[in-house]
Design a protein around this ligand. Structure first.
Ligand code: ZN
Length: 87
C-alpha cells in the first residue's frame, strides 16, 4: 500500500487518506499525471504524423527508384499517378 509524507507534519500517511491522522490537516490529493492537455496531445500526434510522412517521402524519393510496389498496391498507385495526368 502506498505511503506519502504529510505536507504539514511530514509523517508517513496512507496514500488513500485525505486527512492526516497525526495533525488532522487535510491532504490535497496529488495526481502524478498532469491534467490532460488535448492541444499538446494533438500537436504531438501531428508531429509524429509529419515525421512519418517525411520518412515515407524520403524512402520513396531517395535512392529507391528500382524498388517495386507490391502487386496489391500497384494498381492503386498507377491509378492515382496517371489520374492526375489525365489518362
Ligand atoms: Zn500531518
Amino acid at each position: 500500500m502506498g505511503m506519502r509524507a504529510c505536507s504539514f507534519c511530514g509523517k508517513p500517511v496512507l496514500e488513500r487518506l485525505t486527512q492526516c491522522p497525526y495533525c488532522r490537516e487535510a491532504i490535497p490529493e496529488i495526481r502524478l499525471s498532469k491534467r490532460d492537455n488535448p492541444q499538446a496531445r494533438k500537436k504531438i500526434r501531428e508531429g509524429l504524423l509529419l515525421m512519418l510522412m517525411a520518412a515515407a517521402l524520403y524512402y520513396f524519393s531517395g535512392g529507391y527508384g528500382a524498388w517495386q510496389l507490391p502487386p496489391a498496391i500497384q494498381p492503386v498507385a498507377m491509378k492515382t499517378g496517371q489520374g492526375s495526368i489525365g489518362l
